[in-house]
Ligand binder design. Structure first.
Ligand code: HEC
Ligand code: HEC
Ligand code: HEC
Ligand code: HEC
Ligand code: HEC
Ligand code: HEC
Length: 503
C-alpha cells in the first residue's frame, strides 16, 4: 500500500495523472474480470490477505492511474506489469467501477467468500487440472451449459437467468441447484449468470470447500441433498495440505506464487495466505466427497431417480470413486470425471464376450456381460439406456440374422438395459411425476448376465455390440431445442465383440 501511495504522489508531481480522460466503467463487467483474474492474489471481494494490497474501496481514478503505471512499467512491480500488459483502458475502468464500489474492509475474514471464486482464478497455476475440469460435466452442470439439464430445469423450474425462481411443484427454492449450482444455492440465488462462480456449476471451490459429510439422510428421515449434506469451510481443502510451519518469503522464492502458503513480510512477520489451504484426506480421498450430490435423489413422490450411492453401498465394494473417476495422468489426479458422456469411460464399464456352441441347423450364442463397476450400468439419471445388438454375419459381412431390427424394447426385451419409472397404473411416466418404479433391467453392481440366442442360420461370425444412449428416444426432439450439437444424443458404441464360427 505504502509504495503505491508514494507512486501516486510521484505521479502527480511528475504529471502523469490526468493525461487521459477517465473512462466510465461497468461494475458487472469489472466484477467478472476481478473474479477471473485478480481474486487469486487480491482476495475475494478485493480483500487482500497478507502482503498483497487490498483493492476494495480504492478510489476509481487512482485505481485506473495505478493500473496504467503498472502496465507501462513506470511503476515497478513483481507481477502486476506482466499481468496488466494485455489489458485495455476500458477494462481498467470496469475494474475501477467494481473495486471502488466495495466497502474498504476492517475485518477481512468476515467478508471472505470462497464460494464466489471463479475457476479462472485457479487456472493461472493449475492449468492442466483447469483444462480437464473445463471439459467435464461438472463444469457444464447448470442449465446455462448442459442442454439435457436445461430442458428439464426449464420444465420444472424456469429461466436460469432470472432471480427468485421457484421449483414449480413444491413452490420452494429449486433443490436442483444444491447439486447443479452449489455456489448459487449457498447465496439462495437463481440468477445463474450473475457471476462466474454460479454459472461454472460444480467448480473448483464447490468441491475444495467441502470439509465434512453429514450424510443425505437427516434426522426423522428428512433428506439433505447436495450442499446441505456437507460441512463447508472458508479455507480450501486439499488431499495433502502443507506442513503447519511452512512459510515462504514472498519475493524471490520458488513458492513465491503459491497463494496457499503463509508468507513472511519484509519485516519477517508471518502473514496469512491469500487462498489458505488445509489437508483433509478423509474427504478428498474418500467417497463422502461425492456422495452428498451422487448418493441418491428421489422425486417428490419418493421414487428414486438416481441412486449411485445406494448401488455402491449394496455392492460392498471398498474401492473409491476417485480410483476410477480421477485416475492419475501426468502426475495429477485427472479432473475430467468421465461418465456417460464419455465413450472412453463407457468402454471400460463392461466385459463383453460371445461364446458359441453348434446346434442343429445353426448356432447358440451366449452373450456374456460382466459389469466391472461397483454401481449399476448404466447408473445415474433415470433415462440412460443401453441396447445390446447381436448380429450373425456370413463370410462377406452380409447380415443373416439379428436380435432386433429397430426397437429392442419390443423385439428383444432382454437386450434393453434401462430404468423406467411408472405412474399408478404402471404406465411409463417422466421422472417428476412417476409414482413407482416400472422396469429396472440395468446390470447390477458387478453383475454377470448371459443372454442366450438360438440362431437358426449358419453364420461365419456372431457380433455383439452395446450402444449407450444418454436419453430415451422420445426425449430427443425436446433436448435438441437447446443445442446444435448433433452428436450429443447419438448412440455411443461402448462395447464390441466378434466370435468366429469354427467350421
Ligand atoms: C499473481 C498475483 C496477482 C494477481 C493475479 C493480481 N495481482 Fe495486483 N498485485 C499483486 C502484487 C504482488 C502487487 C504489489 C505490486 C507488485 O509487486 O506487483 C499488486 C498490486 C496491485 C495494485 C496496486 C495496489 C496498491 O495499492 O499498490 C493494483 C491496483 C492491482 N494489483 C490490481 C490488480 C488487478 C486489477 C488484478 C486483476 C486484473 C490483479 N491486480 C491481479 C499481485 C497480483
Ligand atoms: C498463484 C498460483 C496458484 C493459484 C492462483 C492457485 N494455486 Fe493451488 N497450488 C499452487 C501451487 C504452487 C501448489 C503446490 C503444487 C501443486 O500441488 O501443484 C498448489 C496446490 C493446490 C492443491 C493441492 C494441495 C494438497 O493438499 O495437496 C489444491 C487442492 C489447490 N492448489 C487448489 C487450488 C484452487 C481451488 C485454486 C483456485 C481457487 C488454486 N489452487 C489457486 C498454486 C496456485
Ligand atoms: C456439489 C455436487 C457434486 C459433487 C461434490 C460431485 N459431483 Fe459429480 N456431478 C454433479 C452434477 C450436478 C453432475 C451432472 C452434471 C450434468 O450432467 O448436468 C455431475 C456429474 C458427474 C459425472 C459425469 C456424468 C455424466 O453424465 O457424464 C461423474 C462421473 C461424476 N459427477 C463423478 C463425481 C465424483 C467421482 C465425485 C467425487 C470425487 C463427484 N462427482 C462430486 C454434482 C457433484
Ligand atoms: C468434483 C469435485 C472436484 C472439483 C470440481 C475439483 N476438484 Fe480438485 N480434487 C478433487 C479431489 C477428490 C482431489 C483428490 C484426488 C485424490 O487425491 O485422489 C482433488 C485434487 C486436486 C489437486 C491436487 C492434485 C494432485 O494430484 O495432487 C489440485 C491441485 C486440485 N484438485 C485443484 C483443482 C482445481 C484448480 C479445480 C478447478 C479447475 C478443481 N480441483 C476442481 C475434487 C475436485
Ligand atoms: C471400477 C471403476 C468405477 C468406480 C469405483 C466407480 N465408477 Fe462410476 N463409472 C464408472 C464407469 C466405467 C462409468 C460409465 C458407465 C456408466 O455410466 O454406468 C461410470 C459412470 C458413473 C456416472 C455417470 C452416470 C451418468 O449418468 O452418466 C456417475 C455419476 C458415477 N459413475 C459416479 C460414481 C460414484 C459416485 C462412485 C463412487 C461411489 C463411482 N462412480 C465409482 C466406473 C467406476
Ligand atoms: C442430489 C443432487 C441432485 C439434485 C437435487 C438434482 N440433481 Fe440432477 N443430477 C445430479 C447428478 C449427480 C447428475 C449426473 C449424474 C447422474 O446421471 O446421476 C444429474 C443429472 C441430471 C440430468 C441429466 C443431465 C445430462 O447431462 O444428461 C438432468 C436432466 C437433471 N439432473 C435434472 C435435474 C433437475 C431438473 C433437478 C431439480 C428438479 C435436479 N436434477 C436435481 C444431481 C442432482
Amino acid at each position: 500500500m505504502r509504495s503505491s501511495m508514494l507512486w501516486l504522489v510521484l505521479a502527480h508531481v511528475v504529471g502523469w495523472s490526468g493525461l487521459a480522460q477517465a473512462l466510465t466503467g461497468d461494475v458487472e463487467v469489472g466484477e467478472a474480470l476481478a473474479n477471473q483474474h485478480c481474486v487469486a492474489c487480491h482476495g475475494p471481494g478485493g480483500v487482500g490477505l497478507g502482503p498483497i494490497p487490498s483493492l476494495a474501496g480504492m478510489q476509481a481514478e487512482s485505481f485506473q492511474e495505478t493500473m496504467k503505471l503498472l502496465r507501462s512499467g513506470k511503476r515497478e512491480s513483481t507481477t502486476m506489469g506482466q499481468l496488466s500488459a494485455e489489458m485495455t483502458d476500458q477494462q481498467f475502468a470496469d475494474l475501477a467501477a467494481y473495486f471502488s464500489g466495495l466497502e474498504p474492509v476492517t475485518d477481512p475474514l468476515e467478508v471472505q467468500r470462497l464460494h464466489h471464486v471463479s475457476a479462472a482464478a485457479c487456472q493461472w497455476c493449475h492449468e492442466d487440472i483447469y483444462r480437464q475440469w473445463a471439459g467435464s460435466m461438472h463444469a457444464k452442470s447448470t442449465a446455462l451449459r448442459d442442454p439435457i439439464h436445461e430442458m428439464m430445469y426449464r420444465q420444472e423450474v424456469g429461466d436460469p437467468r432470472e432471480e427468485g425462481q421457484l421449483h414449480q411443484r413444491s413452490q420452494r427454492y429449486p433443490v436442483c441447484l444444491q447439486c447443479h449450482a452449489p455456489n448459487a444455492a449457498k447465496d439462495g440465488s437463481t440468477k445463474l449468470d450473475a457471476m462466474a462462480a454460479y454459472s461454472e456449476g460444480v467448480n473448483c471451490v464447490a468441491c475444495h470447500q467441502i470439509s465434512g459429510y453429514k450424510g443425505v439422510r437427516g434426522e426423522g428421515g428428512a433428506l439433505r441433498l447436495g450442499l446441505p449434506a456437507y460441512e463447508t469451510s472458508s479455507v480450501l481443502q486439499g488431499p495433502t495440505g502443507y506442513p503447519f510451519d511452512k512459510v515462504r518469503a514472498f519475493e524471490g522464492s520458488d513458492d513465491a506464487g503459491n497463494p496457499h502458503f503463509d508468507k513472511l513480510d519484509a519485516f519477517g512477520q508471518r502473514v496469512s495466505a491469500t487462498l489458505p489451504l488445509q489437508g483433509n484426506p478423509s474427504m478428498l480421498r474418500g467417497n463422502d466427497l461425492c456422495l452428498g450430490c451422487h448418493h441418491l435423489r428421489p422425486n417428490p413422490q419418493g421414487v428414486p431417480l438416481c441412486a449411485t450411492g445406494d448401488e455402491f453401498e449394496a455392492s460392498g465394494a471398498q474401492v473409491t470413486c476417485q480410483s476410477c473417476h480421477m485416475p492419475i495422468a501426468d502426475g495429477v489426479a485427472h479432473h475430467g470425471m468421465a461418465g456417460g458422456h464419455d465413450v472412453a469411460q463407457l468402454a471400460r464399464a463392461v466385459q463383453l464376450i460371445v461364446d458359441l456352441e453348434p446346434i442343429e441347423n445353426g448356432v447358440r450364442a451366449n452373450v456374456v456381460m460382466q459389469n466391472q463397476l461397483p454401481h449399476k450400468m448404466p447408473t445415474g439419471a433415470p433415462f440412460r439406456n443401453v441396447q445390446v445388438k447381436v448380429t450373425a454375419l456370413d463370410e462377406n459381412g452380409k447380415v443373416l440374422w439379428e436380435n432386433y431390427t429397430d426397437d429392442p424394447q419390443k423385439e428383444a426385451p432382454d437386450a434393453y438395459l434401462f430404468y423406467q419409472l411408472a405412474d399408478d397404473e404402471g404406465k411409463p411416466a417422466m421422472p417428476p411425476v412417476a409414482t413407482q418404479v416400472g422396469v429396472d433391467s440395468r446390470l447390477g453392481p458387478h453383475e454377470r448376465r448371459v443372454l442366450t440366442y438360438e440362431i437358426p442360420v449358419k453364420p461365419a461370425v456372431v457380433r455383439a455390440e452395446m450402444f449407450y444412449n444418454l436419453v430415451f428416444k422420445g426425449m430427443k426432439p425436446n433436448v435438441m431445442k437447446y443445442t446444435d450439437d448433433e452428436t450429443l444424443l447419438e448412440p455411443k458404441r461402448m462395447a464390441f465383440f466378434e466370435a468366429r464360427v469354427t467350421p
